[in-house]
Ligand binder design. Structure first.
Ligand code: ADP
Length: 388
């Protein structure tokens, strides 16, 4: 009983920290959209030989590092947009084999034991790759003298007995991904704090404490379950249970990504609705630089008024999702009523909201995750305008 209480308290703490991290990441994404976008526009204007280029490039580099950290925070707080697809975990592991071997170096043996009849799961490939990389890096760090790293998969059923003993686990059919090392293992104190963000036993500059927090967030967001078994001196095993995909069958090959057009330009008219001034002005400048005519509004009512007054055609509305007064979706509905055929593109730094249902966007919803670069915006706008 005491143990379950502890587990529950721990889960609540993780929730609270997750919400905090998600809120911070959301605000950062607005700021980073403005910082990275402005520096990109600045770089376009500077002469190739300008001595200012180097400073601008440094700002951009720092901004990109901040964006990467923010992505980790979002993954932890489970507020990242997922692109779930039907995945064969064996294939994911096989595709990463070479890369993982390079990560662990020569002193560590990598052994994979794929289950021959493994069922598929529905998950985001990029995130599962990140999970594997994070676990493998930790395993490597735990085996400075070398050792053996085993990656295993299996079909498993979690029954009522297991669920009763493991707070947070749900009964059902899962594909198991297990990563084991023969390294240092860890003591009970470390094991108790393992998944907390910023918990690290590594020296300053080596560990961020975000690796396992990120893994935890991804697994939770994928409706999965994670456990760690470890004994000091005897290595560690992480087990990740991902729900099996409803319809068994081979994973369809992913369609090749469309080649990014170097310049995605246009001359249509776009209505930008965004309450954050910095993002609004950046979006306007980026779109104008790509040839578009831009109308801008600070909130929903403002946008409706503008659209009613404006006599010319409006081809697309680019709207933030969460705004005071009227949210992006309500606004889009009203605008489309008035102008049938109007295309809609949502943007947000905070996808855990109205348009995101259980981590996935509703089919057919065009969405741009902040922070985005001016060329991302131009490409996405072009894509939505060219659809159908
Ligand atoms: P970081 O690797 O940056 O320290 P993580 O969140 O990935 O952050 O890990 C937190 C801590 O958990 C590590 O500092 C380490 O003490 C412990 N840990 C994680 N994986 C292992 C492992 N495979 N073997 C031993 N200890 C581990």
């Amino acid at each position: 009983m005491k143990r379950l209480e502890d587990q529950l308290r721990q889960a609540q703490k993780m929730e609270a920290v997750g919400r905090l991290a998600g809120g911070v990441a959301h605000d950062f994404n607005n700021l980073l959209t403005a910082i990275l976008g402005s520096v990109e526009l600045l770089l376009r204007e500077l002469e190739p030989a300008s001595p200012l280029r180097q400073d601008a490039a440094e700002i951009k580099k720092a901004g990109e590092r901040a964006a990467a950290l923010t992505r980790q925070l979002l993954a932890y707080s489970r507020r990242q947009v997922l692109n779930p697809e039907v995945l064969d975990l064996n294939r994911v592991v096989a595709d990463m084999d070479r890369m993982l071997r390079r990560l662990i170096g020569e002193d560590v043996d990598l052994v994979t034991r794929p289950a021959p009849d493994l069922d598929t799961v529905r998950a985001d490939r990029g995130q599962i790759e990140q999970v594997l990389v994070n676990l493998v890096l930790n395993a490597r760090d735990a085996m400075p003298q070398g050792g053996k790293l085993t990656i295993e998969t299996a079909n498993v059923e979690l029954g009522p007995g297991y669920v009763e003993a493991h707070e947070g686990a749900r009964a059902g059919a899962y594909a198991l991904l297990a990563v084991s090392d023969t390294g240092s293992g860890m003591d009970a104190e470390t094991a108790a704090h393992l998944f907390e963000p910023f918990f690290t036993t590594k020296e300053v500059g080596k560990g961020t404490g975000l690796g396992l927090a990120t893994v935890y967030g991804i697994v939770k967001q994928s409706e999965g379950y994670i456990t760690a078994y470890s004994e000091p001196g005897h290595g560690t095993t992480f087990k990740i249970y991902l729900p099996r995909a409803a319809a068994p069958g081979a994973a369809p090959p992913a369609p090749p990504a469309p080649p990014g057009k170097a310049t995605a330009r246009g001359s249509e008219t776009i209505l930008v609705v965004e309450d954050e001034e910095a993002v609004r002005s950046l979006s306007r400048r980026a779109l104008e630089a790509s040839g578009y005519t831009v109308l801008a509004a600070a909130d929903g009512p403002d946008a409706v008024r503008l659209l009613e007054r404006y006599g010319g055609p409006i081809h697309l509305v680019l709207t933030d999702v969460i705004m005071p007064g009227m949210n992006g979706r309500e606004l889009a509905e009203r605008l489309v009523q008035r102008r049938p055929g109007l295309r809609v593109l949502y943007m947000s730094g905070y996808p855990g909201d109205a348009i995101v249902h259980r981590g996935a966007l509703e089919p057919g919803t065009a969405f741009l995750q902040k922070p985005f670069m001016p060329e991302d915006l131009a490409r996405k706008v072009r894509e939505v305008l060219d659809q159908g």
